[in-house]
Design a protein around this ligand. Structure first.
Ligand code: NAD
Length: 410
């Protein structure tokens, strides 16, 4: 580790990033080592090109998943979580979900234990990437998905167990609700506090990045006290915390004759099923989307498919105390160690991480170099088989090409 390396601090809710911040990484399982090596090479090159050696990342490996289990007997060692908490920013490759390990998903466990309540997925089209859309270039959105609750809270009881029988009896006798004896039951909590912290983050992002709208995506026509409550609390927090920087869609037409005033973000809401049509038919009407956990999960993968699939889509899980940037695909065990897969998802997550550090120039150079590399037709197998005349390169070869483009940008 560099002697000048330091831990990122926080002051008044803002990161205070030293020139050589220590950033923990989890390499990941399966294809994790391949995509991580490619990512680290690209991120280091972008920082070097933008900051001429003054700024640099001091990487610190922490263990989770298979490597964690081999070294410590734990899939998600407490020490790893503590190190990430202390360092505030981390990045991780994909991890295989342990079968019979008593953990539903390592990713969900990390989000819960570190209170990473917002899952952020930018969905931007990169030229030439094969897409099922006629105009994929119109897709430019950022999804803020609530991470902590909804049906993902893990509160459920299996059909036929004594627990589910108790719940069914309680619902019948105390609440007058009848449920079939052979049902499994899951609980869907959606709270004011979690909704407001998520929507506030989405609105602050729209304001900071001059994005015109924030759409609250919900199924409130059916689920009044969870999904409709999400919408209502979303409008409330817009008013309470960003009253002079936002207007509602109703106000846009009632007070401003449909002409968006400068410096105001429009807050609107749409029913989830309609959203899936609208993002296909009129994608340019959506910018930031804030959604409860399940809607957010569906819409982010659907949007990723609209611009070329999960192999390209970056993501981050962010809370008030720390942020973990991650590949959005899984560990694809059959391609492990073949130096074959597309590392773009983790590379672009690394670009999001640079932006989070405030190193915007380095971040933009990664995006631009990935665009250029794909445009020049040097792509991994998944894209090469869909782009006529493309040259298939390995995972590391793709990263080398991106580095070349970063260096030629400066
Ligand atoms: P997967 O995403 O690992 O792979 C499915 C298929 O998608 C692969 O066989 C491959 O054809 C393609 N693919 C995935 N990533 C690619 C890339 N970077 N480049 C090119 N092609 C790529 O999904 P899976 O097979 O359902 O899951 C494997 C393991 O990963 C499971 O244990 C699962 O629980 C876990 N998982 C982890 C994460 C995560 O860490 N964020 C996400 C999803 C799944």
């Amino acid at each position: 580790m560099e002697t000048s390396s330091k831990i990122i601090q926080e002051r008044d809710g803002k990161l205070n990033v030293p020139d050589v911040p220590i950033i923990p990484f989890i390499e990941g399982d399966g294809i994790g080592p391949d995509v991580w090596t490619a990512t680290r090479t690209v991120i280091d090159a972008a920082v070097e090109a933008a900051h001429g050696g003054i700024k640099k990342i001091a990487w610190l490996e922490v263990y989770a998943g298979e490597k964690g289990h081999q070294r410590t007997g734990e899939w998600l060692p407490e020490e790893t979580l503590e190190t990430i908490r202390e360092h505030r920013v981390a990045i991780k490759g994909p991890m295989t979900t342990p079968v019979g390990g008593g953990i539903r998903s390592l990713n969900v466990a990390i989000r819960h234990k570190l209170n990473l309540y917002a899952c952020i997925r930018p969905i931007k089209y990169i030229d030439l990437v094969p897409s099922p859309m006629k105009h994929p270039e119109k897709v430019d959105m950022v999804v803020f998905r609530e991470n902590m609750e909804d049906v993902y809270a893990g509160i459920e009881w299996e059909r036929g167990t004594p627990e589910v029988e108790r719940v069914i009896r309680f619902l019948q006798s105390e609440m007058g609700v009848s449920i079939p004896e052979d049902a499994g039951i899951g609980i869907k909590p959606i709270s004011e506090k979690n909704t407001k912290q998520l929507v506030a983050k989405a609105i602050a992002y729209a304001i900071d990045n001059k994005m015109p709208t924030v759409t609250l995506m919900h199924k409130g026509n059916i689920m009044k006290f969870t999904e409709a409550a999400f919408r209502n609390w979303g409008y409330e927090v817009a008013e309470e915390r960003f009253g002079d920087q936002t207007i509602t869609e109703a106000e846009l037409f009632d007070k401003y004759q449909g002409v968006q005033p400068d410096g105001k973000v429009v807050i609107k809401d749409r029913i989830a099923d309609v959203m899936f049509q609208m993002v296909l038919l009129r994608p340019d009407e959506f910018h930031v989307i804030a959604a409860p956990n399940l809607n957010g999960d569906y819409i982010s993968d659907a949007l990723a498919a609209q611009v070329g699939g999960l192999g390209m889509a970056p993501g981050a899980n962010i809370g008030d105390d720390c942020a973990v940037f991650e590949a959005t695909h899984g560990s694809a065990p059959k391609y492990a160690g073949l130096d074959k897969v597309n590392p773009s998802s983790l590379i672009l997550s690394g670009a999001m991480m640079l932006e989070h550090l405030g190193w915007k120039e380095a971040s933009q150079s990664v995006w631009e170099a990935v665009r250029q590399t794909v445009r020049s037709g040097f792509v991994t197998y998944d894209l090469a088989r869909q782009i006529e005349g493309a040259t298939e390169v390995s995972c590391s070869g793709f990263a080398e090409q991106i580095v070349k483009n970063i260096r030629s940008e400066t």
